[in-house]
Design a protein around this ligand. Structure first.
Ligand code: SF4
Ligand SMILES: [Mg+2]
Length: 282
């Protein structure tokens, strides 16, 4: 490993992949947090399985390469064990919106103190382009030769419904804004969710479409839940409507571990507490 933030691991993302921009945005945010006094040891990256998950190989930071769809569960455990950590989950759209959807929604409902960055390229890129819950209905590929014919999930709307206390949307080709969103999300106390529209250069390159549709609404008030609902309904991931970027909704509410009395107790030495806990159940 290098002493810097990018490791020596060979990068195997396809040329033009949006993951590069997401990686560099996150790298800059980590450096900013470090410069402001958060030691790198206080940050943990948890990834799922997919092209995005290689972030755990490429960033020189404490990380946990978890299971497909389960990264939010692992991250919840890390948050419970050490509430002082800044826990960042990098997940894919197939990863988080299909297998992992229940974990995602319940962590948002509980307001677990973590940031979830969804690399939403709207396909399963690593396994050759199968459709995910956010693939357009007319999407087809070699592995699914016919249109899916399904409606798409609208992830920010789902998260708003789940009670998520920070909902945002970024775009891999809008790096400056993406960094600000990541910084705001990681600084938020509680569960923060950022759906990042990401270009998949090999299977679903939406550069042209996104370029013509993304915008930053100047008069949006993220404290206004109803306004947030209206904003996310402008775009239903079905290739119609304009795509608003930025913080969609933000609300301060109690973090999960603060609201659970058992987790507030001072147990002293953690190892001896665990041993006492296990012995008490034998
Ligand atoms: S398959 Fe798509 S998401 Fe995966 S590395 Fe290639 S361009 Fe990136
Ligand atoms: Mg994907």
């Amino acid at each position: 490993m290098t002493t810097g933030l990018i490791t020596d691991a060979q990068n195997t993302w396809c040329p033009g992949c949006g993951n590069f921009a997401i990686e560099h945005a996150l790298k800059d945010v980590i450096l900013r947090l470090e410069a402001e006094g958060t030691p790198r040891e206080q940050m943990v990256l948890v990834s799922g399985i997919g092209c995005h998950a290689k972030m755990a190989d490429y960033l020189n930071i404490n990380s946990f390469y978890s299971l497909h769809g389960r990264s939010v569960s692992f991250a919840t455990g890390i948050c419970m064990a050490n509430p002082d950590l800044k826990v960042i989950c990098c997940v894919g759209d197939g990863d988080a919106y299909a297998e992992g959807i229940a974990h995602l929604l319940f962590a948002a409902k509980r307001n677990v103190n973590m940031t979830v960055l969804v690399h939403n390229n709207r396909v399963y890129g690593l396994t050759k382009g199968q459709p995910t819950p956010t693939s357009p209905g007319e999407y087809h590929s070699k592995s699914n030769p016919y249109d899916t014919g399904e409606i798409t999930f609208n992830p920010p709307e789902l998260l708003l419904s789940a009670g998520c206390s920070f909902v945002a949307r970024g775009y891999s080709r809008r790096g400056k804004e993406l960094k600000e969103l990541m910084y705001a999300g990681i600084s938020h106390s509680g569960f923060s969710f950022i759906d990042i529209l990401q270009i998949c250069a090999s299977y679903l390159d939406k550069t042209e479409e996104y370029g013509g549709k993304v915008y930053v609404p100047l008069d949006h008030n993220p404290d206004d839940f109803d306004a947030a609902c209206r904003l996310v309904r402008e775009y239903r991931y079905d290739d119609s409507g304009k795509i608003a970027l930025g913080v969609i909704f933000r609300k301060e509410r109690e973090r999960f571990h603060v609201g659970v009395p058992l987790l507030q107790q001072d147990y002293g030495d953690k190892k001896s507490f665990i041993m006492r806990f296990i012995d008490g159940r034998r």
